[in-house]
Design a protein around this ligand. Sequence first.
Ligand code: SF4
Length: 467
Amino acid sequence: MKITIIFPGREVEMGKANMPVMPLAPTLLAALTPAEHEVKLIDMFYGDVPDYDADCDLVAITVRTPLAVIAYDIADRFCARGKTVVLGGPHTYALPQEAKQHAAAVAIGEAEELWPLILNDVQSGSLKDFYVCGQYKLDTLKGRVHHQFNRPDLANLPMMRRDLLPRDRYLMDSIFTTRGCPNFCRFCPVTPIFGPQIRHRPIDEVIAEVDTLRRNYFNVDDSVFGHPQIADRPEENQYYFDLYRELARMQPKRLWSGAGGLSAINYKDGRKIVELAAESGLCSIAAGLESLSAAGQKQSGAWRKLHFTSPDTFEIRQMKENIRIIQDLGIEIMGFFVIGWDEDTPDMYQRTRDFCDEMKIIPFILTLMPMPGSPIYDEYLEQGRILTEYSWDAYGGDAVVFKHPSMDPQEMYNLNIQVLHDGFSLGRILSRTWYTVKNRPSLGVALNSFFTQLGIRRAFRQQFEKI
Ligand code: SF4
């Protein structure tokens, strides 16, 4: 069969300039496609345009909530031309019946074992309506369902098909080493989608793949430092010790980035994991800090990943100490904060930006976005707090889409823009870059820091112009 795999995108999207990273989902899907098929990848994020009249038998489209309207439009156009369309991705996990209106079949959950089966069923003319991987409320699905309860083993995965995208278009390659997250943050759909158990890829397979990557890459794992809940399991920590020791031995040595929690610093083995990660080339992490208030930590559920024994034990002092330890190892921190928890007040935007200034962390300060698939979306929907006048387009950050007990949505939106505008002034970017270089004197690190921040600034400013 001729198969087209589409990763939808739009012209202005925050992640675009911020994350010039090759997308993993389409390259993985292509890798899982048996060699007898011909595969074409379209990454609309970086300018590819779907050819609706192309000769193809099957179209697979990733649906993420902010791009769901675009994805559905693409799907409808292909369906109108008689093509078989299959949709998958985080949004289809949350709203499969909505997705089914635009496709012959919908995939829910991880693709490794579902995708080859879907291809077989397309060829044999026996395509089902839904293909589900993992625990799921099957009674919410109307139609023929294939259900695979067990999540895929991550050993023996084929090499991602990075060769199907123009590599020079991206600053970084991407890779993953684990899946699953035990944290259950209430604003995040990752634990429901990938499950609370951590699954690892074999280290020799990761190393073989890293060997094919360029000098800069991004690890898309939820936490490259492991997870505090399982820190008492020596084999879990040993995985990271072994992986980072192997990475540190590689030549040429690569710089890499990823997402990681501060919690690792709170326990002995975790601190060692962070040190080894730094030695292996880790130069920056996106850290979900989420809130400066105990009430925000409690409502978000994020206190677990910061390794506080309960939300009431949250202390800014400890957060600061952990940040400094990581920075002193030469790892730059991009701090992700969510504002809009019920007890937040307007001054929280400014306080959070001041905190980022003091700690020299890159201020990713965003108003709460209740994403479908997350517990908080279901809760707010039930409470009538989701503002239904918005389409999924607004879920990329273009509006505040829920009712806050005391703040007006427009006020929150304006405050958010102001702190981001100020937080990415050239003076602040240079000051943070200088701080990073003092901790890790390296031209590569300096350039990485400066140009990543410039990219974020450009992306945010593109969004401001839309007001
Ligand atoms: S926000 Fe991060 S730590 Fe929390 S559930 Fe999602 S992936 Fe896990």
